[in-house]
Design a protein around this ligand. Structure first.
Ligand code: MN
Length: 532
């Protein structure tokens, strides 16, 4: 059975398996190898009697029941050939690279085979082979359901391969677009270039917790809970916290959008990131942070702010040169046709690595397994802090979850601007300081202190925003006794740095950092020292 196979090869030179008859182990196996020999083709092989019956299919299998693909029967191959992936050296028979494109188990399709009833699958196949018509069911990753091979005429080596009508048939899916090995994740080009095998490719539809779904149009990202200090928990990972703008990437083939936390479309602002995220025909929903890096490679919110207000195309193009940004990706919530929110983070991270490639403007966020150490290193290197994540947690859109905990190196938190004091001297035209408040657990808006620390541009733009929100009465339930206060509707969110929060809930030495237009007023959390 394997004489021809053996005669064609020099086993001193090729790494293909020797001509040994194998032994059946459990269900019958099949394999489809994609083979870039003189001509690219797919080799379909079916196990029978310890060897692999083989057909070379030049155009490859098709899921369309109308397609009949020529399949030229070739010499039987040893059973171990199903595990062969690699390069057949030049000068050897079939020289070129080969990947295991699909594989799994198969059996005769009892409904389509004449004389069903015999329980011996191999004798069914043997008989069908002699008669020139084999109908079988494939259980692979790419190929599933019922297929038929029909010999054109008795003396010919030419057969036709076609898909039979069932739920796995499709007239729109193109199998040629699936280019990777089911064993190593490599394409045939990567095998030729000698790229080592990556982690096995996971089909998102098959992971636990995945469900079929549509790519959402809008999205609220999962939120973190602020905790006072770093910790080490088994089964958790720790990511550096980047000081930038949280953004959801919605990729629908060539249509790519970056959406802010509150649903604003940021796409026009970051064309370089958009270009790097365009991926052809995949549908993806990613979570990450848009970050501008300073000369030392540290995230700088100040730099990012310099370009986030730009609207003219040429200004933005210039900013992409002068202040390049990186989209740091840390999660994946949707891939292909599959919603991944119910999948645990450990698996989502594996899928993220599989679907997102590193480019100049898109990079995955690193993670570490020591929370206390990584916090120290991050803060020392000028990062904001870390985010600790439970690897066994699901993605909860729009929720502030205890499965994601942020720890900050500098105390800062968001407060609502409730009013301002009149300015004096040089500040007569603008204002003096901000009256800050926060929403208590009861829903009451409580006073937290006054904030200062503005540069000239901030003073004027803040003044304009506050003027548009003037109101006569205090929105605070416990307003301070202070003269010359102009109250405003509590709609502006300020991030404020401070030394500590006193027991009575007042900020000590608060300094205004920035306005958070990416956070809506009802998303402002209670400051951590008071959250209990
Ligand atoms: Mn071949």
């Amino acid at each position: 059975m394997l004489e021809e196979y053996e005669k064609k090869r020099n086993f001193q030179l090729t790494a293909e398996p020797g001509a040994e008859i194998g032994k059946r182990q459990g269900p019958l196996r099949f394999v489809v190898q994609k083979h870039a020999a003189r001509r690219l083709h797919y080799d379909l092989r079916l196990e029978l009697d310890g060897v692999l019956l083989s057909w070379a299919v030049p155009k490859g299998p098709s899921l369309n029941i109308k397609d009949k693909r020529l399949a030229v029967q070739t010499e039987d191959h040893p059973l171990d050939y199903q595990f062969f992936e690699g390069v057949i050296p030049g000068g050897q028979y079939g020289a070129g690279s080969m990947i295991i494109w699909d594989g799994g188990t198969y059996s005769p399709d009892w409904n389509h085979v004449r004389n069903p009833g015999s329980k011996d699958e191999e004798s069914q196949i043997r008989k069908a082979l002699a008669e020139g018509k084999i109908t079988f069911i494939l259980r692979g990753e790419k190929l599933r359901g019922s297929w038929t091979l029909v010999r054109l005429n008795k003396s010919s080596k030419d057969w036709l391969l076609r898909k039979n009508s069932d739920e796995h048939a499709s007239d729109s899916e193109d199998l040629a677009e699936l280019t990777r090995s089911v064993v190593s994740g490599r394409t045939i080009e990567e095998v030729r270039e000698g790229k080592s095998a990556a982690a096995p490719i996971v089909n998102p539809a098959n992971v636990e917790g995945a469900r079929h779904g549509r790519l959402p149009k809008t999205y609220s990202p999962m939120l973190t809970t602020l905790v006072p200090k770093p910790f080490n928990n088994t089964g958790w990972v720790y990511e550096p916290k980047m000081d930038g703008i949280r953004a959801i990437a919605r990729i629908d083939g060539d249509r790519v959008q970056l959406l802010s936390r509150n649903g604003l479309d940021l796409s026009a602002q970051y064309p370089a990131v958009i270009a790097d995220l365009s991926s052809g025909n995949t549908k993806l929903l990613l979570d990450g942070e848009i970050v501008a890096l300073d000369e030392q490679g540290r995230p700088s919110f100040q730099l990012l702010q310099q370009r986030s207000g730009l609207s003219k195309r040429e200004d933005i193009a210039r900013a992409d040169e002068r202040i390049p940004v990186v989209y740091y990706v840390f999660d994946i919530m949707f891939a292909d046709q599959t919603n991944l929110e119910g999948v645990i983070l450990r698996t989502r991270k594996a899928l993220l690595a599989q679907f997102v490639s590193v480019t100049e403007n898109v990079r995955p966020v690193a993670d570490f397994d020591d929370g206390i150490l990584s916090f120290e290193v991050c803060v020392k290197n000028g990062l904001e802090g870390i985010v600790a994540k439970n690897l066994n947690s699901i993605y909860e859109p729009g929720k502030r979850s205890k499965s994601w905990c942020k720890v900050k190196g500098v105390h800062s938190a968001e407060f609502l601007i409730c009013g301002y004091t009149k300015g004096t001297g040089a500040r007569g035209e603008t204002f003096g300081s901000l009256l800050l408040g926060y929403r208590a657990g009861s829903g009451d808006l409580l006073y937290a202190g006054v904030g200062t620390g503005f540069d000239r541009t901030t003073l004027q733009s803040l003044k304009n925003l506050m003027e548009a929100r003037k109101r006569k009465t205090s929105p605070l339930v416990n307003p301070p006794r202070q003269k010359d206060v102009q109250w405003v509707r509590p709609q502006l969110v300020a991030e404020v740095k401070y030394a500590e929060i006193t027991k009575s809930g007042m900020l000590r030495t608060p300094v205004f950092l920035r306005l958070r237009t990416d956070i809506s007023p009802d998303q402002v959390e209670q400051p951590p020292a008071l959250a209990g």
